[in-house]
Design a binder for this molecule. Structure first.
Ligand code: XMP
Length: 571
C-alpha cells in the first residue's frame, strides 16, 4: 500500500495533515520530526511503500536550533513537501536564509501563484535533470478548474486547454519567520499579498514548499493542493479503505491471539465498543471476555446501552462490575481535580486486578485495548521521545497493562485509526448507530464534570441535566442540513455542574439552585476546539427545559471559550 510519511516538528495541525490525506484514500504515518529514518525509508520497494515525505509546521525557529529531520531525506530521492516550518527547514538545511518577520502572518492571507513559461522554467533545456513535469502537476493543485482525482496523473494540466498563467486564492497562515534568501535551486512560484515567498519549488529535485497550511479548513484549494502532491507528484494510488483495514486487522488479531482467550476492558465509548465488535466478528465469541465497570460516574442509561449493544454483537462473556458505591466513598470529601483523578485511577486499577483475578483466566490470556492512532502520538509535540501514550486514566501505569505489554500479550487493533475512521469501522462491523455517533466521554466520567466534591446527589442532578441537553441536540436539525442533527454537527457536548449556588425565585419564594454550564465544541481531534455557535433560540429552549425539569438547577450558562486557552473539560 502506498504511504505518505509525515515528520512532526510539533505543529498543532500535524494530525490534520494526516487526516486530510487519509480522506483522499492514502495511508499516512506520523513520526517525530527528528526520528532516524534509514530503516524506515524504502524508495521504490516493498508492499508498504513510502511515496513521499511531508515536513510539518512547528512553533520553533530553524535559526534557534529548531528540530531537524534525519539528513537522509535530502538524499533519498523521495518527493518532499515542506509546510510552514517544514519549508523553512528545507530552505535553511539547503543553505538558504530564514529570519523573523517584524509582524507575524496570521489568518487568511491572499497568495498569487504564477506558472512560469516553459522556456524559463525548464532546467532540462539547460542540460540539467528537470523537475518541470512534477512542478506542473503540483501547480495544478492551485487551479480551481482542475479536478481532484486519485490517479497518478490526476493533477496534470490538460493539454488542450492551457491553464491560466496565475492563480489568486486565500491561504491560511500562522508564522513569525520567513524565507529571506532561497537556497540554490529553489524558486519562488507564489507570493503572499504581504510580499513574502508562499510557494517554493526546486528546479531539479522533487521538493515543494508552502508557507501556509493547506490542511487548515479555511485554506482555499487546501485539499486540492495536498491531492496534487500525493497523487500528481508522489504518484500514490488510493488504497486505504476500511474494508481493507478490517481484513488486515482480523488477520493480525487471529495471528496474535491464537487459541488463547482475550480480555477487553470496555469503557462504554466508541473505541472500546468497536474494538469489541472487531474481536467478536473475528474470534470465537466464547473466547472473548468483555469487562465493563460501572463506576457510578457514567452518563444516564450508559450501562444499559453498552450491555444491549454488545449483546447484539454476539457477546457471550460480558462481565459488568457495579462498583459505584466504592468510587463514591473513595471520592468523599475530595475537591481538588488531581486528587480526584488519582483516587479514581488507583481504584480503577485495584478493582480491575481484583475482578480479572476473579475471572480465573489462564496466564496466557491476551489483553485487548481500544487504543487509537492519536493516543500513541504525543499531542502537539511529536519531536523527541515518542512516548507510547496511553489512552486514558484507566490504563496509565496499570501494572496489569504493563505486565501484558512486557509479555507481548497485548493487542490494540485500532492503533492505526483516527476517531472518525473508528466510527466508519464501527459501521462496517454493524455496531449500533447510537454508539457509533456517540460523543467522546472522559475515563474519569462525571467526576471531571462535577467541580468540587462528587456526591451521589450531584451525580444524579448532572446526569439528568446532561441527558436533556443531549436529547435536545439529537432531535434538533442542524442549520442548513436537514439530514443531520445538532448532535451530529457538534464534536462533543455535555453539561458541567459548578460548585456554586445562585439565587432564583420559585413561586414567591427565593431559592438557591445549582449553576449548570453547557459546553458544545467543534473539533477535529479534541486537541484544539472551537465553540459551537448555537442559534440563540436553541440555547434558550434547552436552558428552559433543563431548569423546568431539574428543579435543583437554578441557572444555566453557555461556555464560550475555545481550546486553547481553555480545555474541553472543566475538571
Ligand atoms: P481536554 O479537557 O484535555 O480534553 O481538552 C480533550 C479530550 O479528552 C477527553 N478527556 C479524557 N479522555 N480520559 C479520557 O479517556 C481522561 O482522563 C480524559 N480527560 C479528558 C475530553 O473529554 C476531550 O474529548
Amino acid at each position: 500500500m502506498d504511504k505518505i510519511l509525515i515528520l512532526d516538528f510539533g505543529s498543532q495541525t500535524t494530525q490534520l495533515i494526516g487526516r486530510r490525506i487519509r480522506d483522499l484514500g492514502v495511508y499516512t504515518e506520523i513520526l517525530p520530526g527528528d526520528s532516524p529514518l534509514s530503516a524506515v525509508l524504502n524508495p521504490g520497494g516493498g508492499p508498504d511503500t513510502i511515496r513521499g515525505v511531508i515536513l510539518s509546521g512547528s512553533p520553533e525557529s530553524v535559526y534557534e536550533n529548531g528540530p531537524a529531520p534525519d539528513k537522509i531525506i535530502y538524499g533519498c530521492g523521495l518527493p518532499l513537501l515542506g509546510i510552514c516550518y517544514g519549508l523553512q527547514r528545507l530552505n535553511y538545511d539547503q543553505g538558504g536564509a530564514v529570519e523573523a518577520l517584524s509582524k507575524r502572518e496570521y489568518g487568511g492571507i491572499g497568495v498569487t501563484v504564477r506558472r512560469e513559461k516553459r522556456e524559463e522554467g525548464r532546467a532540462a533545456d539547460r542540460g540539467v535533470p528537470s523537475n518541470w513535469g512534477l512542478t506542473q502537476k503540483f501547480l495544478a493543485g492551485f487551479d480551481p478548474a482542475a479536478a481532484l482525482r486519485p490517479a497518478a496523473n490526476a493533477a496534470a494540466p490538460s493539454v488542450s486547454s492551457p491553464p491560466p498563467a496565475a492563480f489568486h486564492f486565500t491561504a491560511w497562515m500562522s508564522h513569525g519567520d520567513t524565507l529571506t534568501r532561497l537556497a540554490p535551486g529553489l524558486r519562488e512560484y507564489g507570493t503572499s499579498d504581504t510580499g513574502y515567498p508562499a510557494v517554493v519549488i526546486h528546479d531539479t529535485k522533487p521538493w515543494f514548499g508552502l508557507q501556509f497550511h493547506p490542511e487548515a479548513a479555511h485554506c482555499e484549494q487546501g485539499p486540492e493542493i495536498l491531492a496534487a502532491f500525493v497523487f500528481g507528484v508522489c504518484g500514490c494510488s488510493a488504497g486505504w479503505t476500511m474494508e481493507r483495514y478490517v481484513e488486515e486487522a482480523r488477520l493480525s488479531v487471529r495471528k496474535k491471539v491464537g487459541t488463547n482467550p482475550v480480555l477487553l476492558l470496555i469503557s462504554g465509548g466508541v473505541d472500546s465498543t468497536v474494538a469489541g465488535a472487531l474481536l467478536l466478528k473475528t474470534l470465537d465469541a466464547g473466547a472473548v471476555h468483555l469487562m465493563y465497570m460501572d463506576t457510578g460516574l457514567m452518563r444516564k442509561d450508559e450501562t444499559k446501552t453498552v450491555k444491549a449493544s454488545l449483546e447484539r454483537l454476539g457477546a457471550r462473556h460480558l462481565h459488568i462490575i457495579h462498583c459505584g458505591e466504592e468510587f463514591l466513598s473513595a471520592l468523599k470529601g475530595l475537591e481538588e481535580p488531581e486528587a480526584k483523578r488519582q483516587v479514581i485511577g488507583d481504584l480503577f486499577i485495584t478493582i480491575q486486578e481484583r475482578e480479572v483475578a476473579r475471572l480465573g483466566l489462564p496466564d496466557s490470556y491476551v489483553l485487548a485495548q481500544g487504543t487509537l492512532y492519536t493516543d500513541l502520538i504525543e499531542s502537539g509535540q511529536g519531536v523527541g521521545k515518542k512516548a507510547r501514550l496511553i489512552k486514558s486514566h484507566h490504563n496509565v501505569g496499570s501494572p496489569l497493562v504493563d505486565a501484558k505489554r512486557k509479555a507481548g500479550r497485548i493487542i490494540e487493533p485500532l492503533d492505526r485509526l483516527y476517531k472518525d475512521e473508528v466510527r466508519r469501522l464501527g459501521r462496517v462491523l454493524g455496531v449500533d448507530e447510537e454508539v457509533v455517533r456517540r460523543h467522546p466521554f472522559p475515563g474519569p466520567g462525571l467526576a471531571v464534570r462535577i467541580l468540587g466534591e462528587v456526591t451521589k446527589e450531584k451525580c444524579g442532578i448532572l446526569r439528568e441535566a446532561d441527558a436533556i441537553f443531549i436529547e435536545e441536540l439529537k432531535k434538533r436539525p442542524a442549520p442548513g442540513a436537514a439530514d443531520r442533527t445538532l448532535y451530529d454537527e457538534i464534536w462533543q457536548a455535555f453539561a458541567v455542574l459548578l460548585p456554586i449556588r445562585s439565587v432564583g425565585v420559585a413561586g414567591d419564594v427565593r431559592k438557591y439552585g445549582w449553576v449548570l454550564a453547557l459546553r458544545a465544541i467543534t473539533s477535529a481531534d479534541g486537541m484544539t476546539a472551537g465553540v459551537y455557535p448555537f442559534p440563540v433560540k436553541d440555547l434558550l429552549e434547552i436552558s428552559s427545559r433543563i431548569t423546568n425539569t431539574v428543579t435543583d438547577i437554578g441557572r444555566v450558562t453557555y461556555d464560550i471559550s475555545s481550546k486553547p486557552p481553555a480545555t474541553i473539560e472543566w475538571e
